[in-house]
Each structure stands twice: as structure tokens, then as C-alpha cells.
Design a protein. Structure first.
Length: 322
């Protein structure tokens, strides 16, 4: 009995020594290196911020004479960082770029005719880039998944039809009631996403096309509300959250292209002093955003989409009422 207890004590002591050794070796090993994309992104981001900071601090020296035009140095840096933050959210959740960026630019003192073409241009560039990177990171298969291809083509086609229809019917429909209806739809979609977060819904083309048509029409009429409806609508229609974010990026890029063409046809010039920093800042955030989506669990992606959709729907209702 005594010998057996002694052997057990020796075994426990040996196990403790091994655990101490494993802990020591684990702490002695170097931390795993960051992915190459994160390292490159960090270098480029710090480089851009450094150049913009120098441009702001030493305004007498033109470090970047072709960027920013007449915009003050510190304002240029602020626009760049704002675009980085807004596009990171948009490329991660499929919504929020124009909805948040446009009011912020208005508060900074820019005119609507400066903002809208610049936002459309930057969102077109980032939508194409985000769609490609989402495909490359495995968040969506744009080439071999027929369901994804069909959704992209359908939503892109609806974008063109919605823009034309909105231009035709804009004078005969009350914008207040249309926005209220869309806000209610967005809230309903968010509730369905959050209520079914633990379930995989069956893909329904009809539901998706209906929501896509409403979203495209609203985008052409008011310039907003596209991302929450389309991204949330895809999740409710049975697509995964990661697929929905990637498809929305591509579809919205097509919508922005049509909008940009319309502005150019109306002889509205693009303010490159605003468009360039916006586009550069937005593009900087895309590689990090698509990598974030790849690393996030699907349930977390769906939860974030549902929460963001609900928040934007509530904000639309508040703006209408107050």
C-alpha cells in the first residue's frame, strides 16, 4: 500500500516536471509571425500616414503635389483615415460605407456635388477589389459556384434597372414613405437574421430578387440603403454571411458604376482632390477586411450582419422622425 502511494507520488511529480518543461519551452519559443499580408499592409499604411502627416505638418513643401489639391493637409489626413475606417466596416459586413461616410464628409464642409461622385468612384474601385480578394481568400467561389454566379448577375442587372426606374419614378413617389417602408424592411430582415442565427436557411431566389429590386431602386432614388437590404436579404434567402458580404461588394460596384456614368453624362465633374484620398484610403482597408471575414466564424459573421442591419434600420427611422 505504502509502495503504491509512493509510486503514485513519483508519477505526479514527474508529470509536474514535464508540464513545467512544456510551459518553459512554449514561453521560450518565438511568437508566430504575422501573415505577410498584415505586414505589407502595416508598412503601406504607416508609409501613407507618414507622408500625409508630413504633408500636413510642413504645408510649405509639396510632398504629394498631385494629391489633395486645395484641401488642407490635416483635412486630407482626416479624409484618408475616415475612408479607411468606413470601408473596413463595409468590406467586412457588406454595408455602411456611403451611409456613414457621406454625413461625415458633409460635417467636414464638403458639398454634396463633391461628395457623391467621389464616393461612387471610391466604392466602385473598392467593390471590385473586395470581390476579388473575397474570392481569393475563400470567402466565396465566384467561378465554380453556380448559385453565387447567378446571384451576382441577377443583383448587378437589378442595379441597372433600379437606377433607371428610380430616375423615371422619382417625381411620383414620396421619398418619406419609401424610406420608411425600406427602413421597416431592413429591420424585419435583421430580426429574421438574428432569430435564425443558429440555422442554415434554404436558398430562395425569389426572396433575394425581391429584396434586390427594392434595394437597387432605393439606391438610385436616395443613394443609400443598398448594403443592409442586399446583404441581409442574401442571408435570409439562404446564402452564408461570408458569401453575402462578397457578393454585395461586387453588386454594389456595378451600381456605383452606373451612378458614376449618370453623373458624367450630366457633365458633373469629379473632384479629384477629394476622390483620390477617399479611394486610396478605402482601398487600403480592403485586404485587411477580407482577411477578417475569412478568420471570423460563420455564426459571428451572421450575428454582426444582423446587428449592423438592425442598427442602420433604426438610424433610418430616427432620421425620418426627427
Amino acid at each position: 500500500m505504502y509502495a503504491r502511494n509512493e509510486r503514485q507520488s513519483e508519477g505526479i511529480a514527474e508529470m509536474r516536471k514535464q508540464s513545467y518543461l512544456i510551459t518553459f519551452l512554449h514561453r521560450s519559443l518565438p511568437a508566430p509571425a504575422l501573415p505577410l499580408r498584415i505586414r505589407l499592409w502595416s508598412v503601406m499604411m504607416l508609409g501613407m500616414m507618414g507622408l500625409l502627416g508630413l504633408h500636413a505638418a510642413f504645408s510649405d513643401y509639396d510632398f504629394m503635389p498631385n494629391l489633395g489639391g486645395d484641401i488642407a493637409g490635416w483635412m486630407l489626413l482626416t479624409v484618408f483615415l475616415t475612408a479607411v475606417a468606413c470601408e473596413y466596416v463595409d468590406s467586412s459586413l457588406g454595408m455602411g460605407y456611403g451611409t456613414t461616410l457621406t454625413p461625415l464628409l458633409l460635417l467636414m464642409g464638403f458639398e454634396p456635388l463633391q461628395i457623391v461622385p467621389a464616393v461612387l468612384l471610391s466604392e466602385f474601385c473598392t467593390g471590385i477589389t473586395a470581390g476579388w480578394l473575397h474570392h481569393r481568400d475563400g470567402n466565396v467561389d465566384l467561378l465554380r459556384d453556380p448559385k453565387v454566379r447567378k446571384t451576382v448577375i441577377s443583383l448587378s442587372t437589378l442595379s441597372a434597372i433600379g437606377a433607371i426606374s428610380a430616375a423615371t419614378l422619382a417625381l411620383s413617389i414620396s421619398k418619406y414613405w419609401l424610406t420608411l417602408i425600406i427602413a421597416i424592411i431592413i429591420l424585419s430582415v435583421s430580426f429574421v437574421i438574428l432569430a435564425t442565427i443558429r440555422r442554415q436557411l434554404r436558398f430562395r431566389t425569389g426572396h433575394l430578387m425581391a429584396l434586390g429590386a427594392v434595394a437597387a431602386f432605393n439606391k438610385g432614388l436616395s443613394g443609400g440603403g443598398y448594403g443592409p437590404l442586399v446583404t441581409g436579404g442574401q442571408v435570409v434567402s439562404g446564402l452564408s454571411g461570408k458569401q453575402a458580404v462578397a457578393i454585395t461588394s461586387l453588386a454594389e460596384a456595378v451600381t456605383c458604376l452606373f451612378g458614376l456614368i449618370a453623373y458624367c453624362c450630366m457633365a458633373a465633374a469629379i473632384d479629384w482632390s477629394l476622390a483620390l484620398p477617399l479611394t486610396l484610403g478605402a482601398l487600403m482597408s480592403v485586404p485587411l477586411a477580407t482577411l477578417t471575414v475569412r478568420k471570423m466564424p460563420e455564426r459571428l459573421v451572421r450575428g454582426c450582419i444582423g446587428g449592423a442591419t438592425c442598427a442602420l434600420g433604426v438610424l433610418m427611422v430616427i432620421k425620418l422622425l426627427f
